[in-house]
Ligand binder design. Structure first.
Ligand code: SF4
Ligand code: SF4
Length: 297
C-alpha cells in the first residue's frame, strides 16, 4: 500500500493535543481560494519554484530536456511539458526548484511519523493532514493502524468530503477527528469551494452518532467565511447535533501568499489576521449559541 505525501511537520502544536508529528497527504477535492497548503491540492507530485531563492542564472532552463522552463524576470514552469525528471532540481545552485510530493509505503509513512515518538508524552501523537486525507483513505487508515500498533495517539484533519466507507475505515484507527466546516449554507459552499456540503455534513453527523471525538474548526477568512451570519449558523448547527460540541475558530494566516507566488497563481484573499478584540467578538457569538467547549489557539 503506497500513498503520495508532500511534507512532514515535526513537533507540531496545532494539529491535535500535545506535541505531534504531522504528515501531509497530497490531493484535495475542494478548491478553497484561501488554502494554506496550495502545494497539496494537486494529487500528483509537482515542481515547486521559490523565486526568493532564484539567482536567475538560467541553468535549469538549459538542462531541461523538455523545454519546460523559461527565464524571463523569473522562471516560468510549463506544467504540461514538465515530466518531473528532476534534472533542474539537481542543477539549480540556489535550491530554488524542488519536486513536491513523493510516493511512500504505509510502513515508511508510519516510521516517519513515529521517529519522534519519544517526545509525544501523554497528550501528543501523530496526525494526518493534507490536502485531504480521505482522498487516500486506504493508505491513511493503514498508516494510522501501524502507528496505533506502536501505541500512538492518532488524529486526522479532514473536510470529510469523502464516501462513507472512507470515514468508516478511519473510525477504528483514529482517536480524534479535526473537521473543517467552512460554510453551513450549501449553495455558498458550492459557489466558493466548488462543491455542496451535503456529504460533509452527513459524514459529520455520522461521526457524532458513532460517538467519535470530533473537533469542528472553521478558518476565519476575511471576505469569505468570517461573517457573523456564517459563524452563527455553524455554531447553532453543531450545538444542535451535539450539546458537548467542541468548536475552534482558526485565525487567518496570510503567510501562505508566497506559496501562491511560487505556483504563479493569484492569492485572492485581501486582509490580515484578526485582532484579539475581533476574535473575542467571534467567541461571543459561539457563547451566545451555547457552545460550551470553545477551543482557543
Ligand atoms: S523536472 Fe525535468 S522536465 Fe520538469 S522542468 Fe525540471 S528538468 Fe524540465
Ligand atoms: S537554476 Fe535555479 S537559480 Fe538558476 S534560474 Fe533556475 S531556478 Fe533560478
Amino acid at each position: 500500500m503506497t500513498g503520495i505525501i508532500f511534507d512532514l511537520k515535526r513537533f507540531a502544536v496545532h494539529d491535535g493535543g500535545g506535541l505531534r508529528s504531522t504528515l501531509f497527504l497530497k490531493g484535495c477535492p475542494l478548491h478553497c481560494p484561501w488554502c494554506q497548503n496550495p502545494e497539496g491540492m494537486d494529487p500528483h507530485p509537482a515542481l515547486w519554484y521559490s523565486p526568493n531563492d532564484c539567482i536567475r542564472c538560467g541553468t535549469c532552463a538549459a538542462v531541461c530536456p523538455n523545454q519546460a522552463l523559461k527565464l524571463k524576470e523569473r522562471i516560468h514552469v510549463d506544467r504540461d511539458k514538465c515530466t518531473l525528471c528532476g534534472k533542474c532540481e539537481d542543477a539549480c545552485p540556489g535550491s530554488a526548484l524542488q519536486r513536491m510530493g513523493g510516493t511512500v509505503t504505509a510502513k515508511e509513512a508510519a516510521e516517519l511519523l513515529m521517529r519522534d515518538s519519544v517526545f509525544f508524552g501523554e497528550d501528543g501523537g501523530v496526525t494526518l493532514s493534507g490536502g485531504e486525507v480521505l482522498m487516500q483513505w486506504e493508505f491513511a487508515s493503514e498508516v494510522l493502524k501501524l502507528c496505533k500498533e506502536k501505541g500512538a495517539d492518532t488524529a486526522i484533519e479532514s473536510c470529510l468530503l469523502a464516501p462513507r466507507k472512507a470515514v468508516e475505515a478511519m473510525l477504528p484507527v483514529t482517536d480524534h477527528f479535526l473537521i473543517d466546516i467552512k460554510y453551513l449554507d450549501s449553495d455558498e459552499h458550492k459557489r466558493i469551494v466548488g462543491t455542496d456540503n451535503r456529504q460533509i455534513l452527513d459524514n459529520y453527523e455520522f461521526l457524532v452518532r458513532r460517538g467519535a471525538d470530533v473537533l469542528v474548526r472553521t478558518p476565519l477568512i476575511p471576505g469569505y467565511t468570517a461573517t457573523e451570519k456564517n459563524i452563527c449558523s455553524i455554531a447553532r448547527y453543531i450545538r444542535g447535533m451535539d450539546a458537548d460540541a467542541k468548536y475552534e475558530l482558526l485565525n487567518f494566516n496570510p503567510l501562505c501568499r508566497s506559496k501562491y507566488a511560487a505556483l504563479e497563481r493569484d492569492y485572492p484573499v485581501d486582509g490580515k489576521a484578526f485582532s484579539e478584540e475581533e476574535m473575542e467578538r467571534f467567541y461571543k457569538i459561539l457563547e451566545e449559541e451555547g457552545i460550551v467547549h470553545i477551543i482557543k489557539e
